[in-house]
Design a protein around this ligand. Structure first.
Ligand code: ATP
Ligand code: MG
Length: 286
């Protein structure tokens, strides 16, 4: 799919195709709880980053601050030359459109059919009601169908989203995210509710998007095995701080045990991960 900037305001269009992201001393407190503390990292190239850490480490909070779903307490996040934490109103919405989110619980509109859910990604600026009251253009329908074909959910186009399996719903959510023409995808435990086969299809879909469209992916993952299999770079968080940032091959078992603490055994347990099916890639996504 061709990437293009469809915003009237071009100020958010980045100079290069690949988003240059720089997170600097990011902190988020909820009352007396420090959810993330002095988090800094930079991503200058196209990469698939996995964020790992035990429950409560701050993984979701980090993604939510990046997407502006929650406000930071301190720090800066530069996308290109723009500190996206300072954007307000329509510029903030433009950032959110370029920075698509995928959630563990899919967040589709359950009673709307699948193709409408997908097209809603393109109509990011309009309310759901306004969007569904108007006719979709041929191009919107054709782009949605191309994505749904690619990720194996086209046969469900006219079904209500709530009738789909979890794995199908997550692939629909990926299609919807792609309809936003994002520059970056933030996925918060996208496979945590899925069985191993569907988990694999979803991770392969994200991997395909990352490599074919050069869209940066940052993905929170609960298990180390999945992060090692799919990610180019792993960021390990513990108690709100980054305690590891490197290639999967650089992450020793000892370091991983330090990241996961008492949850290490669960994180190392292959039977709960998407890669426990020891087969070659299934390849729905090209
Ligand atoms: N809205 C909130 N109000 C109060 N505290 C919060 C809120 N959101 C997160 N926290 C706290 O911030 C810390 C980090 O939470 P976060 O959800 O980011 O962790 P996580 O790494 O995503 O955990 P999990 O793996 O369980 O999803 C936790 O102590 C959590 O209780
Ligand atoms: Mg979380």
């Amino acid at each position: 799919m061709k990437l293009f900037c469809h915003f009237a305001d071009l100020s958010l269009c980045l100079e290069s195709e690949i988003m240059h992201l720089q997170v600097s001393k990011l902190k988020k407190e909820f009352g007396s709880t420090v959810a993330i503390n002095s988090v800094s990292f930079e991503s200058t190239k196209n990469e698939f980053i996995g964020i790992i850490g035990r429950s409560g480490a701050g993984k979701s909070t980090l993604l939510r601050v990046l997407n502006r779903l929650t406000t930071e307490t301190e720090g800066k996040v530069f996308a290109g030359s723009i500190n996206i934490l300072e954007l307000k109103g329509s510029e903030k919405r433009q950032w959110q459109s370029q920075c698509a989110m995928i959630f563990q619980q899919f967040n589709l509109v359950p009673r709307l059919d699948v193709i409408t859910n997908v097209i809603l990604g393109r109509l990011f600026y309009q309310s759901t009601l306004r969007s569904t009251l108007r006719f979709f253009t041929k191009e919107e329908r054709s782009d949605a169908l191309d994505l749904m074909n690619r990720f194996g959910v086209a046969p469900t186009a006219l079904q209500r989203a709530e009738t789909l399996s979890g794995g199908q719903q997550q692939r629909v959510a990926i299609c919807r995210a792609m309809m936003q023409n994002p520059k970056i995808i933030l996925a918060d435990e996208p496979i945590a509710s899925l069985d191993p086969l569907n988990a694999r299809l979803v991770m392969e879909a994200l991997q395909s998007i990352n490599s074919s469209e050069k869209i940066k992916v940052i993905c929170n993952l609960h298990t180390l095995d999945t992060a090692r299999t799919y990610c180019d770079r792993i960021i390990g968080m513990r108690s709100g701080e980054i305690v590891f940032d490197g290639k999967p091959s650089e992450l020793s078992d000892a370091k991983a045990r330090e990241i996961y603490g008492v949850e290490a055994d669960e994180a190392f347990e292959a039977s709960v991960t998407s890669t426990s099916l020891n087969t070659s890639h299934i390849g729905i996504a090209s």
